[in-house]
Design a protein around this ligand. Structure first.
Ligand code: ZN
Length: 415
């Protein structure tokens, strides 16, 4: 077993070169058909590892099973999940991964665009990575470590367990999803096919990070209805909805509430879009907090503010519409705390110092947790994601594989 040679590096380099950029403007699913090119390759590789129940379904989800070799018939089925798409914020076409051996801490100038320089000042985590082998892109694209690092790790785990049949584990389910980056990753996911008791997404950043807490999230649409009149004869009659919307935005607090003034466990109320004409204007918001009940408080205050803006204007009115987006996975994970605890124990056994982290955002794991698959997020080493500076340490990826090897053995003993 000590002779096993990790395959995260070659796995990752193969996957990173396949363009899987998601397209938020598309109505199709997956949003870009090219995501299926990676899905097909993964199916072929899973077949060569002799796994069972291998499938890419019509939506592009990839499933496979590593059958149990345990005598414990109560051992739960554990799902490991990563996403195949890359973020549309930065090009994912013609990605050229470059390996930088034995990183020395000096600035890395990317060859295809010399203005792209990766430094420890901008990316302090890199100081911890001196001596590691890093992978970056070449300057014109993102790298796609988010989340192809996760896929490379899960595929490395599958190779490891195939080559080391004496390692005891229960049934393991592998899941690769499309379109996570545009928030649609679980839209067509068939939970009967997932068929697992507990899960982990492999989509975290720094070595040791384990995330079991996300934001809870609502969307809000505030629509101002003005009063229309011919602009030449509008005196005393017209109420311009665009001006109501502008007054409303200007009345938002400056020193709190915003992403630009909050951090840690503070939530926010964030306008994302204004659209409209004189008669009618809509302001869209995203509302975020780790505590779900606080969303309603934000929304009440926001609605009062909107009412206050229209009140002096005869004939004008405002509509206020709230839609639920996702909920903090901690609400589910609190009832099965061992899911996170086992991951922490596995890291310790693998010689990795655990860094429990809260997410100021959501993951597919938040949705999966509420769909019946409690699903914290484990590190992969992916850093500076969605940008041309994106990088990943090969040693971080290997330590993630080692963590999963320990984790499946811990679950094998679960009763
Ligand atoms: Zn991701």
């Amino acid at each position: 077993m000590s002779t096993y040679r990790h395959k995260v590096e070659e796995n990752f380099i193969r996957y990173a070169q396949i363009d899987t950029e998601a397209n938020p403007k598309s109505e199709s699913f997956p949003s870009s058909m090219k995501q299926k090119n990676l899905a097909k390759l993964l199916v072929d590789e899973l077949k060569s590892l002799n796994l069972s129940h291998i499938e890419m379904d019509e939506w592009g989800y990839v499933f496979a099973t590593i059958p149990s070799n345990s005598d414990n018939s109560d051992a739960p089925t554990i799902c490991f999940c990563s996403h195949m798409d890359t973020a549309p914020d930065c090009s994912g076409k013609d990605v050229k991964p470059i390996v930088h051996r034995d990183y020395d801490g000096a600035p890395i100038t990317l060859p295809d665009d010399n203005s792209q320089v990766i430094t420890t000042q901008q990316h302090p985590y890199l100081i911890e990575k001196i001596g590691d082998d890093l992978i970056t892109a070449s300057g014109k694209t993102l790298l796609g470590a988010d989340d192809k690092a996760g896929i490379a790790i899960i595929m490395d785990l599958a190779s490891y367990l195939t080559e080391n049949p004496t390692i005891k584990h229960g049934e393991i389910r592998i899941l690769f999803t499309p379109d996570e980056e545009i928030g649609r990753g679980v839209e067509h996911l068939d939970m009967n096919k997932v068929d697992s008791d507990y899960g982990y997404t492999l989509d975290g950043g720094a070595l040791g990070s384990i995330e079991d807490e996300t934001f809870s999230a609502d969307g809000v649409q505030v629509t101002f209805h003005g009063v229309s009149a011919h602009p030449g004869y509008a005196k005393g009659k017209m109420v311009n909805a665009l001006k109501l919307a502008a007054d409303f935005i200007a009345a938002l607090p400056n020193d709190r509430w915003s992403p630009e003034t909050t951090s840690g466990r503070e939530g926010f109320v964030h306008p994302t879009l204004i659209s409209g004409i004189m008669e009618k204007a809509t302001v869209s918001f995203i509302i975020r907090d780790h505590i779900t009940e606080k969303l309603a408080k934000f929304e009440d205050e926001l609605e009062s503010l909107a009412q206050m803006i229209v009140e002096p204007h005869k004939g004008a009115r405002v509509e206020f519409e709230v839609s639920e987006q996702y909920r903090n996975m901690k609400e589910v994970l609190d009832s099965v705390p061992f899911v996170t605890e086992y991951a922490i124990q596995a890291m310790e056994k693998a010689g990795v110092e655990p860094r429990p982290t809260i997410i100021r955002g959501g993951t597919d794991g938040s949705r999966l947790s509420f769909m019946g698959l409690p699903c914290p997020n484990i590190f992969t080493g992916e850093m500076a994601i969605h940008s041309k500076h994106e990088y990943v340490s090969i040693q971080d990826m290997e330590k993630a594989t080692k963590t999963l090897v320990e984790l499946v053995q811990i679950w094998e003993k679960h009763v």
